[in-house]
Design a protein around this ligand. Structure first.
Ligand SMILES: [Zn+2]
Length: 488
């Protein structure tokens, strides 16, 4: 499907129709809460790889194509909402990876990049879903990545390495997490699936099955071999639309399953923004961020009838150093360029290998015109052909990949440019709405999230924190470089 504004509005309307078919009902006791000023329900959103600049870019695109701001920014203006920024440094670096980031929320301890709730000496920490599970809170994980990926893993497991996907899957099962929705069919082999069904889980693999699945039985939904497709590819592929649910639909299902219990915590991750940003794919990143924003809207609608719910929307780190650039005289062309992204026919993930097959500048120019409705010109086409052959000959070493070079060429037409392909050390934006939201105002530390959430559940549990010398730690971990900055 060619991507047009009309199509997007149509797709959004169809999603909304599916999502809001069964409205939630307010009851008196819920509206009153438990009287403590603390939330009884927590919905924690993560837009993976989203710096404040990524938010500004997606917000402009939303205003241009949907005629409205991101709802999670609108949410900040509501009564009872608080905004802040969060320092996401890990134990081993000022620039975190997703597992250390989610683990800081999930254990209250900073850990080294690459591990999941595990200290450098191998001590496994107690993840927040274990702490809250013991207090009879229901728990759910929803993501567009593989369900065992770093961000969900940080709430529901502990492991020496984020790569131990089967171990992470078994940890979820051990904790009896009520609902798990995302990708990862390839991780769940027959043996693992049997272990899940033997302990009472239903396993589903399509959007249709999700719609029909019981809300009263533990559920594992895995809708793709690996990660779920990027939203921009989903919008351009009717077959995917029939089989793979949106993040908003998965969030709605999780709330139907958890939402009537006295206490629950749900983590929802828009995980593929990060992947698009790693490859400097501006349209890919923006559409996945909008998909997460649609999921936030589902939570806000739920909260209307369940005011005892706290919603927190944030990110784990920036990725790619995206920037919204001034274009044209007086910078007046920025919006004109940003709106061009609505013509993109797919993600870099899907298109780059075929783009690299172009044999000469004319062929490449024509193909990019077909895919993005922009004419990059002969000079830039030649530059890309050169880049394809000599990926090491770039000014900044962290932008070596062909995708990064393609992203920079397209930046001349989209007014969006990049610093490279890595995570960045930005403080991330945070919006919280509902009881307890005042604890998220101002500049907070990532580990505060765990302390707040367990306190809301009436517990003072704390995990051990690493107290060793951080520079020595970096050396002990066998890293090539000494820490460049002290850890805040
Ligand atoms: Zn990443």
């Amino acid at each position: 499907m060619a991507y047009t504004r009309r199509n997007f509005i149509k797709a959004a309307a169809a999603t909304a129709a599916g999502v809001f078919s069964a409205p939630y009902v307010v009851t008196k006791s819920r509206a009153e809460g438990d009287g403590s000023g603390k939330p009884m329900k927590i919905i924690h959103f993560v837009s993976d790889g989203t710096s404040p600049s990524m938010v500004a870019t997606a917000d402009l695109f939303s205003r241009l194509t949907r005629g409205r701001r991101l709802c999670w920014l609108e949410m900040s203006k509501a009564p009872g909402a608080n905004t802040g920024m969060m320092d996401m440094a890990s134990l081993s670096s000022s620039v975190t990876d997703s597992s250390a980031a989610s683990s800081s929320w999930g254990s209250g301890s900073r850990i080294a990049n690459g591990a999941v709730n595990c200290l450098p000496d191998g001590t496994l920490l107690k993840p927040i879903y274990e702490v809250l599970g013991e207090l009879n809170w229901k728990r759910g994980l929803v993501t567009t990545t593989e369900i065992t990926h770093a961000t969900p893993a940080g709430f529901g497991s502990a492991s020496k390495s984020r790569g131990d996907t089967k171990e992470i899957a078994r940890y979820y099962k051990k904790l009896n997490i009520d609902v798990l929705l995302g990708g990862g069919q390839n991780i769940y082999d027959d043996k693992l699936r049997k272990e899940y069904t033997d302990t009472g889980y239903s396993i589903i693999q399509t959007a249709e099955e999700m719609k029909n699945a019981s809300n009263d039985k533990k559920l594992l939904g895995i809708f793709s071999g690996g990660h779920l497709p990027m939203t921009i590819d989903w919008l351009n592929d009717q077959k995917l639309q029939k089989t793979v649910p949106t993040l908003a639909q998965m969030t709605d299902k999780a709330l139907k399953m958890l939402g009537e219990s006295d206490h629950f915590i749900l983590q929802v991750e828009g995980g593929r923004v990060d992947h698009a940003c790693h490859s400097s794919d501006a349209p890919g990143a923006v559409y996945d961020h909008l998909a997460m924003d649609d999921a936030v809207q589902v939570a806000l609608d739920y909260q209307k009838s369940h005011p005892e719910t706290l919603i927190v929307v944030t990110a784990d780190h920036g990725t790619g150093g995206i920037s919204l650039n001034g274009a044209g005289g007086g910078y007046n062309d920025t919006s004109k360029q940003v709106i061009r992204m609505r013509n993109a026919k797919g993600s870099f993930e899907r298109l780059v290998s075929s783009i690299r097959k172009c044999k000469n500048a004319v062929e490449l120019q024509n193909y990019i015109k077909e895919l993005y409705s922009v004419n990059i010109g002969a000079d830039k086409a030649n530059l890309l052909l050169l880049a394809s052959e000599h990926l090491n000959s770039v000014a900044y070493d962290e932008g070596k990949g062909f995708s990064c070079q393609l992203g920079q060429v397209l930046a001349n037409h989209f007014a969006i440019n990049w610093s490279g392909g890595n995570h960045t050390g930005d403080y991330v934006a945070l919006v919280a709405k509902g009881p307890g939201s005042e604890r998220f105002a101002g500049l907070i530390r990532n580990t505060d999230v765990f302390r707040n959430y367990v306190d809301f559940a009436g517990s003072d549990f704390r995990n051990k924190e690493w107290e060793g010398d951080l520079i020595k730690l970096s050396y002990d971990l066998g890293q090539e470089h000494w820490l460049d900055t002290p850890i805040a």
